[in-house]
Design a protein around this ligand. Structure first.
Ligand SMILES: O=C(O)CCC(=O)C(=O)O
Ligand SMILES: [Fe+2]
Length: 288
């Protein structure tokens, strides 16, 4: 690890509690073991006060200053992000529509010196995350927009029930809502083999309390989450304060870029990197 990198982590992370920069220390080993255990048990682990307490207000204010840069566009979606198809059986959970009212500030509108950018790009941090997720290594997403985003949920809005495409997610609350805006999740509600549609429908219809866990989060807490099998949402924000969270996206393979269609939905624009990636996959430059 370079001296500059160690200095970044020492400045941002509470390294007394989370000794990321001491690869062989028993405390770090215990930390990784605990994260692995909790991820195996419930698909979720939270490292409380990961960012130094004296930086919490800076973290909040910095991201709050960026929030107006989000792409705001309320979208009608369903839990699987698939087209609502008349062929779906009448009781299929994919038939229940939601308004996805959260908005993302993309990476190219987050300054490189912001605390969340410093963390995202740090190789020691990335190695630590890979160990917690029991992966050989993690790469920064090659996507210039979705690699690092600020998720903004304004009063009256929600980030409705969904599964993630990625097996694992790393996020950090930077500003809590004064009312509502809770992270709610249903650990392992589906498996690779079984969608468990009945349970999913119960949750979407408000009859699934038995399956729902709520996670109290504070600014500076680091959350590691396996969202492929655990249904989750940010509940409607009710008070006057918006909820902000930074989402750090990593991939197991290098060079991962989002699709043109999804990128346009989420950010309202695409960049040459998205078009190039699609062209490489298709092997030609024909229109359709
Ligand atoms: O903002 C959050 O805490 C959750 C975000 C989320 O679930 C997602 O972006 O997939
Ligand atoms: Fe998610």
């Amino acid at each position: 690890m370079s001296t500059a990198e160690a200095a970044t982590l020492q400045r941002v992370v509470d390294t007394g509690r989370y000794p990321l920069t001491e690869p062989d220390s028993p405390a770090r080993r215990r930390l990784v073991e605990q994260a692995r255990r909790e991820l195996a048990e419930s698909g979720c682990t939270v490292l409380r006060d990961f960012v130094r307490a004296e930086l919490h207000e800076e973290l909040r204010a910095e991201c709050a200053g960026l929030a107006p840069r989000a792409h705001f566009d309320v979208e009608t979606v369903n839990v699987y992000n698939i087209a609502v198809d008349d062929d779906l059986p009448a009781d299929h959970p994919g038939r229940i529509p939601f308004r996805r009212g959260n908005a993302f500030v993309p990476r190219d509108r987050i300054p490189p010196e912001a605390l969340v950018s410093l963390l995202y790009g740090d190789a020691t941090f990335r190695t630590f995350l890979a160990e917690c997720f029991e992966l050989p290594r993690l790469h920064e997403l090659a996507d210039p927009l979705s690699a690092l985003v600020l998720n903004v949920v304004e009063p009256g809005m929600e980030h409705p029930w969904h599964f993630d495409t990625n097996e694992f997610t790393v996020s950090m609350l930077t500003q809590g809502a004064s009312d509502g805006g809770e992270f709610e999740y249903c650990p392992g509600i589906r498996t690779a083999r079984d969608e468990h549609f009945d349970d999913v429908r119960d949750v979407l219809e408000g009859n699934g309390e038995r399956l729902v866990h709520r996670l109290p989060l504070r600014p500076g807490d680091l959350q590691l989450f396996k969202g492929r099998f655990s249904l989750h949402r940010v509940s409607p924000v009710a008070g006057a304060t918006a909820r902000h969270s930074a989402i750090f996206a990593y991939s197991e393979r290098p060079g991962v870029v989002g699709s043109v269609a999804r990128t346009r939905q989420l950010f309202g624009r695409v960049l040459p990197e998205h078009l190039d990636a699609e062209r490489r996959v298709r092997g030609d430059e024909l229109l359709d």
